[in-house]
Design a protein around this ligand. Structure first.
Ligand code: GCB
Length: 559
């Protein structure tokens, strides 16, 4: 984030370096270096020795450094980061190398591009902010310690847990409610139990997002050597052909596509911006967002739990055009890392495998089958989706594999610009077909239009605030018809706020489909959306009180 265009446009290696002192009193503890997000490719060195390399920008990795640290003096931590994307990265990019032979014409030596030059264009519509994007930790733990806790807990109070230590020592645990009262205690590295009278985790509008703490103690020779506290919630996600249910009650997703993006620090994580964004999301009446188009920061996931904001968590696979085996393996690894990082968050209600893949291609089917199977095997408690864009219900090769279908549609913008009267019938027809063929819950995960804040035109014209506002209103009319027919399980505007992209003839200093500006000020469309969202949220609240005991919904687990 400099004023230097060469650095902004740089493709290739950059180097980060920092000195860090580990005190002598920590000899005997085990130390790990943990990187929350290094985009895209990173190699880590400690005191000049290469330790580890990692592929992929938005998921954590760690390496043990206990035996390599200098205790009581400074350590040099070096990270080399490379942002080059290609057909074998996720996301994919189009890397082109120009090694053009100069042509001699008369007295002139001519080349079409500088010799040995290259370009790299991502298959996605956001700026490829690279580097170390999130916190780096030095983790200090006892020799024997608890590595991880996995807890699956449903809203009636039953739970299954597993505490991993890498050893066979004794585990004791207890569950505390949000007032720190003990509601359960037990022992053993894995098992199950039942807490009576639990307060379930609810998304906002449906109830309180109650959280509990799973506190595990590792005991070696009757001594407690490590304590690990993990926050979780009791909640259940199920679905029928039409609807998604949370704790057996219908849940309608009222939400946003977003970005981790801000003017001053690009994709670098910032707590103040996160807080502002989530405050605005609540002000708007939202209950949900999708982590478009990569996993977001871990602190944000904790904040979602606490605020009762439901999440569709997405892998970094945006705009896939090719489906080779090697990409599939990398994609599966990213999905595993995502589930491993985020498995205990009650706010995450669904895994999204990809955004807008070219799944009209035959070879995408096996590729996606492997992903769906992995997600189901890793996590039997959450539905799996993919967000479709370039494909339709007639040519998509993968939609039948999923639990829930998400669709992005831009009627009135990319399709039939200016014909706002067509939005209604086009969208209804399109979505009704997906429904008829696949018979699964459908969420519209993107719709909208660019508007330049302050650009006003009456009658409306593209890029004016009026046009964005009108497209949104027209689309809502279609949503209401679909809702009446039980065809829609949720709606999400594209986008929460304006965000930076690469340079293109269709982008003017980034993408302007935000209902907020990049500085998080409301555009005209924000007020229209807010009115609708607050109304929908109110209906959710109403439905909660009204339907609880009167209807029994038929739902099923996917296995
Ligand atoms: C999409 C993409 C999103 C883009 C958006 C747009 O379908 O999923 O990444 O930013 O369209 O504005 O074109």
């Amino acid at each position: 984030m400099t004023a230097d265009a060469t650095l902004r446009d740089h493709i290739g290696w950059v180097w980060y370096e920092k000195m860090h002192i580990v005190p002598e009193r920590d000899v005997g503890m085990r130390h790990f270096l943990r990187f929350s997000s290094v985009n895209y490719y990173g190699t880590v060195y400690l005191n000049g020795q290469e330790l580890i390399s990692h592929v992929g920008g938005h998921l954590p990795f760690e390496v043990e450094v206990t035996d390599r640290l200098l205790y009581g003096s400074a350590n040099k931590i070096t990270v080399a980061v490379n942002n080059t994307l290609s057909w074998s990265t996720i996301p994919q990019g189009d890397f082109n190398y120009y090694n053009l032979q100069p042509k001699v014409i008369g007295n002139w030596t001519l080349t079409r591009a500088p010799e040995g030059a290259f370009t790299d264009i991502g298959n996605f519509d956001f700026f490829n902010y690279a580097g170390i994007l999130r916190s780096v930790y030095i983790i200090k733990v006892p020799k024997k310690h608890i590595k991880d806790i996995h807890i699956m807990a449903e809203h009636r109070g039953s739970f299954i847990y597993e505490v991993s230590t890498g050893d066979v020592d004794e585990i004791e645990f207890r569950i505390l409610d949000d007032d720190e009262n003990e509601v359960y205690s037990g022992s053993g590295a894995e098992g199950k139990g039942q807490v009576d009278g639990v307060r379930p985790w609810w998304p906002r509008g449906m109830g309180n997002p109650s959280l509990y703490v799973f506190e595990a103690k590792l005991i070696v020779n009757s001594q407690v050597v490590d304590i690990y506290r993990e926050v979780f919630g009791f909640r259940t996600v199920t679905w029928s052909q039409d609807k998604i249910f949370i704790n057996d009650r219908p849940f309608y997703c009222i939400g946003f596509g977003m970005h981790e993006d801000f003017e001053i620090h690009g994709r670098g994580f910032d707590r103040a911006v996160m807080t502002k964004d989530l405050n605005l999301l609540e002000w708007m009446g939202g209950n949900c967002y999708r982590t478009t188009h990569y996993p977001y920061d871990e602190e944000r996931m904790r904040e979602n739990d606490r605020r009762g904001i439901a999440i569709i968590a997405e892998t970094p696979a945006v705009g896939l055009k090719g489906f080779p085996k090697a990409n599939n393996l990398l994609h599966i690894k990213m999905l595993e890392d995502l589930v491993s990082r985020d498995k205990n968050h009650p706010s995450i209600i669904m895994w999204s495998l990809a955004n807008e893949p070219h799944t009209e291609k035959k070879e995408s089917r096996n590729y996606f089958k492997a992903l769906v199977d992995t997600a189901h095997a890793l996590d039997p408690t959450r539905p799996v989706t993919t967000v479709y864009g370039p494909t339709n219900s007639g040519n998509d090769q993968t939609a039948d594999l999923l639990d829930i279908i998400c669709v992005n549609r831009y009627y009135g913008w990319y399709i039939n610009m200016g014909s706002l009267d067509w939005v209604n019938s086009s969208l209804i027809y399109d979505i009704a077909q997906w429904k008829e063929i696949f018979r699964k819950p459908i969420i519209i995960t993107e719709y909208g239009a660019d508007s330049i804040s302050g650009l006003n035109q009456e009658p409306s014209i593209d890029f004016s605030e009026q046009y964005q506002n009108e497209i949104i209103m027209k689309t809502h009319e279609a949503f209401d018809v679909l809702r009446q027919q039980n065809i829609l399980a949720g709606e999400m505007i594209w986008n929460f706020a304006d965000f930076m992209t690469g340079m293109s003839t269709t982008r003017a200093v980034g993408n302007h489909k935000g209902v907020f500006t990049r500085n998080r000020q409301a555009k005209m469309a924000a007020y229209t959306l807010r009115k609708r969202y607050l109304g929908l949220l109110d209906q959710t609240e109403h439905a909660r009180q009204y339907t609880t005991h009167r209807y029994r919904y038929h739902y099923h687990y996917h296995h």
